[in-house]
Write a protein that binds this ligand. Structure first.
Ligand SMILES: [Zn+2]
Length: 152
């Protein structure tokens, strides 16, 4: 039977590199205990969240706090160095959600019955698609988080 990982009793080890976004500098749309893209609760992961460059370094993005977001491994992995995604309604390529400039609630909602992330704007839909936020594995995890009262 699958079970949720307990928070590690070890001190989290942050990777070298840019500092984590501070409470002063962000996250702008929530607390530091959630992925700033999919809102996955950090407490159920047994691995530290990752510092993600909103504008990728490969495209000139800086290490400035305004360009850093805290992301779960999946969101960081799928976002990669993309800045745009496909809005599935219009088929247009649009920019992705920007955790420092955009209000999360204006672009996403959560269907708690289906445990699905729903993009409610072109930016939200493109981000849900690009970051593969509704993969079966992620939906299964969300169902459990909802049952445990950890999400949304
Ligand atoms: Zn995430």
């Amino acid at each position: 039977m699958a079970s949720l990982a307990q928070p590690s009793s070890c001190a989290p080890v942050e990777k070298d590199g840019p500092p984590l976004p501070s409470p002063r500098g962000g996250p702008a749309n929530g607390d530091a205990n959630r992925c700033e893209y999919c809102h996955a609760p950090k407490s159920v992961f047994n691995f530290p969240f990752e510092v993600e460059h909103i504008i990728p370094q490969s495209r000139g993005g800086s290490d400035d706090l305004n360009n850093l977001a805290l992301a779960c491994h999946a969101c960081n992995l799928f976002k990669s160095d993309f800045e745009t995604g496909r809005n599935e309604e219009s088929e247009a390529e649009v920019r992705l959600f920007h955790p420092r400039r955009d209000a999360w609630e204006e672009h996403f909602r959560i269907d708690t019955e289906r445990a699905e992330m729903v993009g409610i704007t072109p930016v939200g839909r493109a981000t849900v698609a690009r970051l593969h936020m509704n993969r079966p594995r992620h939906i299964n995890a969300r169902h459990r988080w909802i049952q445990l009262g950890l999400f949304p």
